[in-house]
Design a protein around this ligand. Structure first.
Ligand code: ZN
Length: 310
């Protein structure tokens, strides 16, 4: 049987970040403005190192290039998924991502970005921005030019355990007071539409109005993923989404969950608790990959997990 690949997260300091990643998961974060934990990434802007085992110190990006058999020989230039935990103390800018076709043509062959959010925690009155109220590109251009942001943007209240799928071309923003687990295509292409007129080092951050106008879908489409739950006395396993890029599930375990090995490979994030997988200890804050051929497995303990796969 092949061994688990444990990953070392990469942290990103940003103006809107906080200290929850350290306080909640026990990570050694660089400062109290840490916004993102790139937990599972083979992206060049934050390539996670393997911790322990025969590949100790290699990065996920390197293994993808040199040991494709670990990933079931899935084709592609780069490891296709990226899992982040995002601590938004302040509002993020209003943004939109391109699809594969637009990103490939305009961003040096980069992937587009489909992403999804699971709300790990939030303040009682927290909300996000998702979607807009313009019925056509002309109306969108007009509302942007006239800065009618409140009228344009759709605000949605959020609660712990909520889940959102964000398709390319969807205007969105995480707002302050939310802790989110994000599963996405491995891409760092973001077009900023509006930044609340904020300044960074005395200057506004650049906006990408032309690209935003190109990719925003009008009228907006709302993705409503079908959630399905499997519950026993020892676990509750919920499928949150299965789309063309990823399948994401959430599990609460208090006992044992036996599971078949998944095709290609699978990613597991330990959100809370501790336990074992096939006898190997795992705990809150761990992120690991089950390589191709790992086979059936047994999770035991008191565990809250996210499970994702291509
Ligand atoms: Zn986004």
């Amino acid at each position: 049987m092949s061994e688990l690949l444990f990953l070392e997260p990469v942290f990103k300091e940003v103006l809107w970040g906080g200290d929850a990643l350290g306080a909640r998961f026990g990570y050694e974060i660089p400062s109290d403005k840490t916004g993102e934990c790139w937990a599972v990434s083979g992206h060049q802007n934050g390539d996670c190192r393997i911790r322990g085992g025969q590949y100790d110190g290699r990065t996920l990006g390197q293994l993808w290039q040199e040991h494709r058999e670990l990933f079931g020989n899935q084709p592609g230039e780069q490891f296709p998924l990226l899992v982040k935990i995002i601590d938004a103390r302040e509002d993020l800018s209003i943004q939109v991502h391109p699809d594969d076709a637009y990103a490939g043509a305009h961003e040096n062959g980069s992937l587009g970005k489909t992403e999804c959010w699971y709300i790990l925690d939030c303040e009682p009155d927290a909300s996000i921005v998702i979607g807009h109220n313009a019925s056509s590109k002309e109306e969108l251009a007009q509302m942007i030019a006239q800065e009618r942001w409140e009228e344009l943007l759709r605000l949605c209240p959020v609660h712990k355990g909520d889940f959102f799928q964000i398709e390319p071309g969807t205007v969105h923003a995480i707002k302050g007071g939310t802790l989110i687990l994000e599963t996405q295509q491995s891409s760092d292409v973001t077009y900023r539409l509006y930044d609340y007129g904020r300044l960074q080092n005395g200057k506004p951050r650049p906006l990408h109005l032309k690209q935003s106008m190109d990719v925003i879908v009008c009228p907006c489409r709302e993705a409503r993923p079908q959630r399905s739950v499997q519950e026993t006395e020892e676990y509750c396993l919920e499928q949150l989404i299965a789309c063309g890029y990823y399948t994401v599930e959430h599990a609460d375990i208090h006992g044992t969950l036996k599971r078949k090995g998944q095709p290609l490979y699978e990613i597991i994030d330990v959100l809370d608790g501790e336990g074992t997988i096939n006898g190997v200890s795992i705990k809150k804050g761990d992120h690991f990959l089950l390589p191709n051929g790992y086979g059936d497995y047994e999770l035991k303990g008191k565990l809250e997990l996210m499970l994702s796969r291509p």
